[in-house]
Design a protein around this ligand. Sequence first.
Ligand code: ZN
Length: 474
Amino acid sequence: MANRSVLARDQLTGKIVHISDVEEGYERAICDVCDSRLDAANYFRSTRKVAFYFRHRSGGEGCSSMTMLHEYAQQIVRDRGVIQLPDFEASVYPRNPKNNVEPLEFNRTGYLANLLNPSLEKNYPTMRKLIADVHGTEPEVGDLYVEIKVHNEVNEEKQAALRKAGLDVIQVDLRSLVDLPGLTKEQIQEAVVFSATREWISQRRFENDLLSLRQQMRELELQLTSERCSTRIVQEEKGLKKKDWRRKHSSELGLLEAYHDLENRRLAVNQFWKWCQDPQKPENTVYRKLTGRYGGVPPIVNIPVRGELAFKAHRTYWQTLIFEGVILKIYDDQMRKIAQQKHKNKRFYYGDEIAWLSDLPSIYPADIYKFLLRSGVPLTTLASAFEELSEEEPLAERYGSRPDSLRFVTVKEYAILPKPVPAIRRYLKALCQIGIVSASNDIFFIPFQSRPEVDQSVANYDELAREGLSEYGW
Ligand SMILES: [Zn+2]
């Protein structure tokens, strides 16, 4: 196909003209590439079906129809005196990538800028001589430069120089127009002024905003760094205190470590069992009474529970004390009271169960602990050492609720530490399973029932004993 260009250089004015700018049969058009004279194929405006164009009078095969687009676009910007500015986007990233901070985003939407006194081919105020395609002044903002990209773009070196000089420069990319035949003047104008791709290749106008964002990021990072430092200092101090505390209490921790050994636990519980048979020991009285009355130790006062080695006596001893000294005592007292009531006040007596329920004593594990201590049940060296460390605060079951003075004991250490109140609670819970007591949260009650008996059978004894036996690896 013959070279059909919509643009030509007007010999008369030296300007680039669009085919629609010239008269029918205009003869002063030449090709800017090969200097060939161009014929204006623009006759019969009203009836012509195909686009108008300039046609080489001779040759023109190698002439790009859009060589003149660059200069034509410059003319458009100058003559219209407006240009759509590109959107501007930038992200400010943390300087230290270790700082887990989201980048700060900066966005400015482009707008249609007015250009006062626009001129072409003006020198940039740069060290090296560089020339701007279009220069103008944007009211209240300042100098604005426009580069038109058709075949040549602003290279990195030029861009660096423009940035160094602190100039506002945009580049409009018209490459998409190059291969479109038959473009109308309006299409080219629209593309140049508004719609063609454009970008900021250098800017000064957003620098203050960016600077304050960078400052903001720096402050964020400083804050993070100082937080990290202070956290580290606190941790180091805590670490030192912990070390110190553990060194100071190495004997208590040593006891705990010894207790961790299953063999030691077995030795202890066997020793306590032997003491039951030793007439010199107080538990022997209890033991003899049981064996004398029932022919052996009944299972209900011999339920192994976790933490039972908090007591320096066989479980039979302290469990019998609880069973007889607390449970049966409460039961008997209660029955006596009811009998008195019944006797005194026959008219208002509504039956045993109602009388029982109307005055139900609560049983607390912590109170039972006090009762055992009053009854002379000793603690093992390990348990009493830790009780002393905890300054009278009871040893709670959960690590999170442990006394503050034991804060440097590890989770594992605290878990294995035998604790008196939790051991008592486990025994009461076992009695719950048997039906002797019932529980509501941490409060235990004796339900209305016939008198519990020390020698009553325990159907699920093996199950109840399992956790306690595992303390010895049995
Ligand atoms: Zn040509």
